[in-house]
Design a protein around this ligand. Structure first.
Ligand SMILES: Nc1ncnc2c1ncn2[C@@H]1O[C@H](COP(=O)(O)OP(=O)(O)O)[C@@H](O)[C@H]1O
Ligand SMILES: [Mg+2]
Length: 258
């Protein structure tokens, strides 16, 4: 098998005495769709932030396409093709959906400054093929001229993912993209993400397994900073440590019911 596109080896992150991420080994193969699952406080976001470069690990190393990125900044990682949907791709709420897409695209494609871009008017870019394609792919046509501040959470989430995808990342990293969404909006967001399968490698962090069970190809379950199980959905669900830690099923009780 070819080498993983993204790999973490023995990665630990301490905050003072607290070990938020504890000796994690992790890999992502090209075009894989992997989910990191775990209850609140399991260390998912901290691990995610080690991958994106927001934090550096206390110990261990991270490589991207065989290159050591352990101490690279988030923008350096984005430039290499590793991107995340939120935090880095903040939206401008007083601009329209299509203006936000135009800004995201031209910011990524080395247009001098955002100020100069606003000055030349983003409108002239509305018909750019990449922007039209993005509007189509992420079902944004009906809302393209609405201001971002008037969007529902689900609509805004689709825009944020569209903005992340516009820069053509090889790896799309998503930390709880479904958080706070209604069931119908979750379907919408997973629907647009599904269209990226085979074009991008996708890592999605989620704490509710039911949301992603039909979406991911492989699961990594974290608890107390450690990876406690890894593999297919059934395999992880039935793993004794996942039953104990994630589902909080007492093994003794479990035996009684068996
Ligand atoms: N910046 C930080 N400073 C100190 N402790 C933190 C920080 N970020 C997270 N933690 C702690 O690390 C642990 C893991 O948190 P987190 O990675 O956010 O878990 P999850 O995303 O799985 O809910 C928690 O105990 C949390 O309180
Ligand atoms: Mg989190």
């Amino acid at each position: 098998m070819s080498q993983p596109i993204l790999q973490a080896t023995g990665v630990t992150k301490r905050f003072g005495a607290l070990v938020a991420v504890d000796q994690v080994n992790f890999h992502l193969n090209q075009f894989e769709v992997v989910g990191i699952l775990g209850s609140n406080g399991a260390g998912k976001t901290t691990f995610f932030n080690l991958l994106t470069g927001l934090f550096f690990p206390t110990e261990g190393s991270i490589s991207y396409k065989g290159r050591d990125i352990t101490r690279m900044s988030p923008p350096e990682r984005v430039a290499l093709g590793l991107t995340r949907s939120f935090q880095l791709t903040s939206t401008f709420d007083s601009l329209s959906v299509v203006d936000n897409l135009a800004l995201a695209y031209f910011r990524a494609s080395r247009t001098p400054t955002i100020a100069s871009l606003l000055f030349t008017r983003t409108r002239s870019f509305h018909d750019h093929p990449k922007i039209r394609e993005s509007i189509e792919t992420f079902d944004l046509a009906a809302i393209e001229h609405r201001l971002v501040q008037s969007l529902s959470l689900g609509e805004k989430r689709r825009l944020e993912i569209a903005m992340a995808v516009l820069v053509d990342p090889e790896v799309l990293l998503l930390d709880e993209p479904l958080a706070g969404l209604a069931e119908s909006e979750i379907k919408g967001v997973l629907g647009v993400l599904r269209r990226q399968i085979g074009r991008q490698t996708i890592l999605i962090v989620e704490h509710k397994i039911s949301h992603i069970q039909d979406f991911v190809q492989r699961l990594v379950v974290m608890h107390d900073g450690r990876v406690i199980a890894e593999g297919g959905y059934e395999e992880c669900l039935n793993h004794p440590e996942v039953r104990r830690s994630y589902w909080q099923i007492d093994p003794a009780e479990d035996a009684q019911h068996a």
